[in-house]
Design a protein around this ligand. Structure first.
Ligand SMILES: Cc1ncc(COP(=O)(O)O)c(C=O)c1O
Length: 367
């Protein structure tokens, strides 16, 4: 017992964690119209059916939600052809990523992810007292051989964002299988498929088959990128023994009543999802072509965002572009913390926002 401490002190390692910095949501003072393109939200907004469901539940907010989110799990299971018993719902998929780390990592353990991977993995690994191991990517894409080479007897989890944020690159399923085949059976492979709905590639799979057949694979998903970022709904699909372990430490009512009802309505609104995906397909291609036409390097993305790399000259750097765009109401995401000090991530927006950013960048690059 540390009885000589003048105040409570966090557990060893907690103060080494760099807190997650979310995308900006405000523009400088005086900017009247703001286009938030910093958090990969759905430019078409929530499903109208989800809005209605959230309204209806508002009158019953005195009642605790179903702690097992059974109806939401059943709706997800129905749409994806899964067994609801193998699903856990969460307060965004962030929560489930943290629960996985808490459940499977202890001090002295290691967990592997790739150098430009979604930043919360590192935070949750450190929060569990384990050692984060970041491995090199090849051409801004996860490198299966590098990941396998980083696995040691201390490794307990490999996190793979597929597609990854902020690069938007993905691994074909053959590569995911090769990764899984090369891992020891006691290492948990977390397939984070937050952007799965947006991927239009024949060689891509979110991981349902692998998470449904292997004892050491889970797939995590989210409703955030399809219009429910504010409601916080995520889920995990995986083997029964992992579901059982997570359920032992999960908060008893971790998914709130509004999230449950909005989630059920949202996943059943296939037309809204289809519209969102079609919009993204069109404008992702348009943005990538326009940005490339401006002489900017764009990492090839299959998600609902693009990573834009800026020239080396200070006048036209990502920081300068960010200031220029913000002053005009276009809020993009700085990605220095992800290892890209001279890039900005832009979510695919409405037609107006997309055209506005391209017009603004044209002027900016000529300045
Ligand atoms: C790769 C990846 N995984 C998970 C998440 C978490 O999303 P949420 O907690 O909103 O479900 C995000 C959100 O940005 C993401 O980019």
């Amino acid at each position: 017992m540390k009885q000589d401490q003048p105040r409570p002190t966090p557990r060893a390692g907690i103060m080494d964690i760099e807190a997650y910095v979310p995308g900006k949501s405000t523009a400088p003072a005086g900017v009247t119209k703001v286009y938030k393109l910093s958090s990969n939200e759905n430019p078409l907004g929530p499903s109208p059916k989800a809005i209605e469901a959230a309204r209806e539940v508002a009158a019953k907010l005195d009642v605790y939600p179903d702690g097992t989110a059974r109806r939401l799990r059943e709706a997800i299971a129905e749409v994806h052809g899964l067994n609801p018993a193998n699903i856990i719902c969460s307060n965004g998929s962030d929560e489930i990523l943290g629960l996985l780390a808490q459940t499977y990592l202890a001090p002295g353990d290691e967990a592997v992810f790739t150098e430009h991977a979604f930043m919360v993995y590192k935070i949750y690994i450190q929060a569990a007292g384990a050692k984060p191991v970041a491995v090199k990517e090849a051409d801004e894409r996860a490198d299966v051989d590098a990941i396998l080479a980083a696995v040691t007897p201390k490794t307990r989890i490999v996190f793979l964002a597929n597609p990854n944020n902020p690069t938007g690159t993905y691994l074909p399923f053959s590569e995911v299988r090769r990764l899984h085949a090369g891992l020891p059976k006691n290492v948990l492979l977390v397939l984070d498929a937050a952007y799965a709905e947006y991927v239009r590639r024949n060689d891509y799979e979110a991981g349902i088959e692998l998470a449904g057949s292997a004892e050491n694979v889970v797939m995590t998903r989210t409703f955030s990128k399809l219009g429910l970022g504010g409601a916080r709904v995520g889920w995990m699909y995986g083997p029964a023994h992992i579901v059982d372990a997570i359920n032992r430490i999960r908060g008893p009512f971790n998914v709130n009543a509004t999230a449950i009802e909005a989630g059920i309505a949202s996943i059943r609104d296939r037309a809204h999802i289809e519209r969102s995906v079609t919009h993204n397909e069109k404008w992702l291609a348009w943005l990538s072509a326009e940005l490339t036409g401006l002489g900017l390097h764009v990492t090839p993305s299959v998600g609902n965002f693009v990573l834009i790399h800026f020239p080396d000259d200070k006048k036209h750097s990502a920081a300068a572009a960010d200031d220029y765009l913000s002053a005009r109401g276009y809020i993009l995401r700085r990605v220095t913390g992800y290892g890209f000090p001279n890039a900005l991530r832009m979510s695919v927006g409405t037609e107006e926002a997309n055209r506005g950013v391209i017009d603004a960048l044209k002027t900016f690059l000529k300045s």
